[in-house]
Design a protein around this ligand. Structure first.
Ligand code: AMP
Length: 372
């Protein structure tokens, strides 16, 4: 999940679609349990926001029922300043019926007040109100709300039918208003030996970013014989990837160490699909995002030569043995290379030719960084 932009505002993920589905199902079950078995209620959805909620709710309601939708529209004509609304869409006779209002969200209660006023003189058997979301902190009325899916804090939300100036209704997650992102976060990507570490050293100075190399953090831990280091060593020595959970927690801790950062250059992370998803979620919680993935593209034979050369001086055991190097490429090709698609789908992939002098390649990358 990433943050989204609608018109001029940014929103971050707030309630995921599984939680929404569970909440809707629970509401439908609750309503059903409290109605007499032979009762055929009329569900009345208040448009527009309720259309997804109503559709899902009704599918979870397993007794016989009728469904109708209404819209509240301001009176045209005389005193448009007055906040009085009329109901558009109910034509059937509701005398003696059980009507259950389906609302996506109740905040101040003004709309709910209108609904009670309008249905009061329709000779119903009973009127009940079910709302998916409720904002207790801003609700100002003495009106009954019979069924509440989830009480939420008073922040503007969009998604799952709810909009901000008409946009955002089509998202299956609920998003919450957030401040505009402040950071520039870049994934520096490429196979082992592509030059990510070398380039990051220049780029972090040029753009005042914090460089996090997960490989370096692991090596630091190995040198200091920490628990993390001992655990990582057996994977690294073979050229295997360290398990995701370990790596993800370590990465998060590294980010948290730099609360004032302008942004980060992630080098060697993410290396798997679940690392990429975890990074998106983690940044989105902070109202931040990955601006782009910059990938250094270098043919494999050049890479092997470079790594063996580096192994002569780097002291890295995983750089000296060609079989282990091959295994690192195998890990890269089977688990990491797919991340190109992951970022391409989000229009965030930028390939850069990684063959040439260090300075030339820095210049090529900088051209991309400047755009992000
Ligand atoms: P690097 O310095 O980026 O070439 O990483 C060296 C080794 O550290 C890799 O071969 C892995 O064993 C481990 N490693 C570094 N980053 C990650 C990661 N994101 N996920 C799993 N293992 C990693």
């Amino acid at each position: 999940m990433s943050i989204i932009k609608l018109h001029d505002l940014y929103f971050k993920p707030y309630i995921n679609k599984d939680e929404i589905a569970a909440t809707v199902k629970h509401l439908a079950n609750q309503v059903q349990r409290e109605l007499p078995q032979d009762e055929v209620p009329i569900f009345v959805g208040i448009l527009n926001g309720c259309f997804l909620f109503a559709a899902d709710f009704i599918r979870e309601y397993h007794g016989n029922c009728e469904v109708s939708f209404v819209k509240l529209s301001s009176y045209n004509g005389t005193s448009s300043t007055e906040n009085v609304k009329q109901l558009v869409g109910i034509n059937e006779d509701l005398t003696g019926r059980t009507v259950i209002i389906l609302e996506d969200i109740i905040d101040t209660g003004n709309t709910l007040q209108q609904i009670y006023n309008i249905f009061r003189n329709k000779n119903l058997k009973q009127l009940k109100v079910a709302t998916l979301f409720f904002k207790p902190d801003v609700f100002k009325k003495e009106l009954p709300i019979d069924y509440i899916g989830k009480s939420i804090e008073d922040k503007f939300i969009v998604g799952y039918g709810l909009d901000y100036n008409s946009l955002g209704r089509n998202y299956s997650t609920i998003y919450q208003l957030t401040t505009p992102p402040k950071m520039k976060n870049i994934v520096l990507f490429g196979p082992p030996g592509a030059g990510k570490g070398t380039q990051a050293e220049f780029l972090k100075e040029m753009y005042n970013l914090v460089h996090i190399s997960t490989g370096d953090v692991f090596r630091f831990n190995i040198k200091n014989a920490t628990d993390l280091g001992l655990l990582a060593k057996k994977y690294m020595d073979e050229g295997d990837l360290v398990p995701d959970e370990v790596t993800i927690n370590m990465l998060k801790a590294e980010v948290e160490k730099n609360p004032k950062a302008n942004g980060f250059i992630f080098d060697g992370f993410p290396r798997t699909q679940s690392q990429a998803e975890a990074l998106d979620d983690f940044l989105a919680e902070k109202g931040e995002q990955i601006n782009g993935m910059v990938a250094l593209e270098v043919p494999e034979d050049i890479l092997v030569t470079r790594l063996l050369e580096r192994g002569k001086t780097s002291g890295r055991t995983d750089d000296t043995d060609e079989a282990k190097i091959r295994n690192r490429f195998n890990e890269y090709n089977t688990k990491t290379a797919i991340l190109k698609d992951y970022f391409e789908e989000q229009n965030k992939y930028y390939g850069v030719n990684g063959v040439g002098s260090i300075a030339d390649i820095t210049k090529r990358i900088a051209e991309v960084f400047d755009k992000l």
